[in-house]
Ligand binder design. Sequence first.
Ligand SMILES: [Zn+2]
Length: 500
Amino acid sequence: MSEEVVFSKKVLEDKSQIELLDKEIDQSITYVESSGTSGIRGYGWYSEQDLEKMSNHLINKGVQLSENDTIMIRFPYTLSLPAHLIEASARKSKSIIVPVSSRTEMAPYFKLLSLMKELEVTVFAGNPREIEFLFEALSIQQLSPKEYLPKLRAFVTAGEVLSYNRKNYIELNWGVEVFNLYGATEVGNFGYTCKYGMMHIDEENFQIEKEQEGAFYSLSKGLNKNVYITNKSNCTSKIRNYEIEDIIEVLSEECSCGDSNTLIQARGRLGDVIKISEKEIDMYDIQEAIYALNEVPFFWEVHVKDEDVEIRMEYNIDKSINRSEVEQELKDKLELLSIKVLIFKEGELVNRGEIFKYPRSRKPIYIYNSREKKIQAEIELGKQELQNKNYKKAKLYFKNVIKEYDFSEAYIWLAAAIGLEADSKSLMEKITLYPSLKKYTELAIQRNPYDSFAHYLLGMLLYKTPEEIGGNRKKALNHFRMSKYLGYKEDISVYIEDLT
Ligand SMILES: [Zn+2]
């Protein structure tokens, strides 16, 4: 790779979206973004032509959309790429489009199923977990996919890792083929599965390389980390050499479908890798193990704290599960000596009513890793100290979280700790604490502009401080109102009344 500009999420964070838009082209342009698990926002720009080029394989290879298809698109339409990508391809192929955005309450799974039947949907596009939930909505009604939806012929998935066993599991349940896509908000869709279910790199439109000691090389066979991707044909976005933070496996075999584009497997995010002594387990490994179990759970999630791995699984009421057998099966499959398996009965881990009546408004999370757990644990310890009025100790915990993880919420708690400390002191001491209270409360708002508690704290500071030394009743009122607009739970009407 000769270009020196390299884009990572960190680099994107420091640039404005508009800076990276190249609006030479005489076409409409779509803006998309994602907030990854890292909490840093990623974004991308795509013209109509860019979307079409990237999704041509949906017509020519893999699922081969045509004018005979009715495609139901169940990706979120708000800000996210896959819905718009697939829609571009469906328009080009002259398919009938049924847009049913996920993460809204407008189209719950039961509604989707009846629409699929009424409209004779042939292809359903959505996250793998959407398809699993859809199957559950079918099963609870004791319907069989083949009888209820005889026209359905394929699924198009994206947005999550889909291991071989998981793909197989979906295909067996439904009796329908699954075609998976692989991409990133920032550069677009660079991987697609062919008619044999193998994932190829779209080498016409993308250049994918890996970085090693400052130099760039082609991907090597096996696992690749430090992977950088360029969408060669996107004329709308200036993002090049984007660091994807995923593990990509290059397979050595050639595909018998006749497509010579390199075969890969998406193994999951680097941040989701579980390290246990010398062994590394990625999302692909975990899915391979879970979807090969004798009884696959309805819902599962992995919790990692240091070297302890806990897999929580919820099964339907009609299944009788032997916990220690499942645990042993998973240990064998993942080649780990210690895993803890927790079995939950129907409704104990997830509220079915919430899923099926009001779909979730966020991307599914499968792995809760050490970092998040450590942050939460330290914040909890800090909160406990705060309750016991040990302000010094509480502040230390929050400061430590800020120093170690730069975690936004810690600023709010630090400001709260200083505020409560100030409350407990004499007027003179209050005045000495004021500068740091002001500093951290303002930082908290800066870092969390839409946090109700942060606005409450700043409101309080401005309300309680005499005007001569920085208080401001008008501003205080605004922050109290903002706090209410953002859903602050405590009753603050006395302050608001006093200020009006
Ligand atoms: Zn192939």
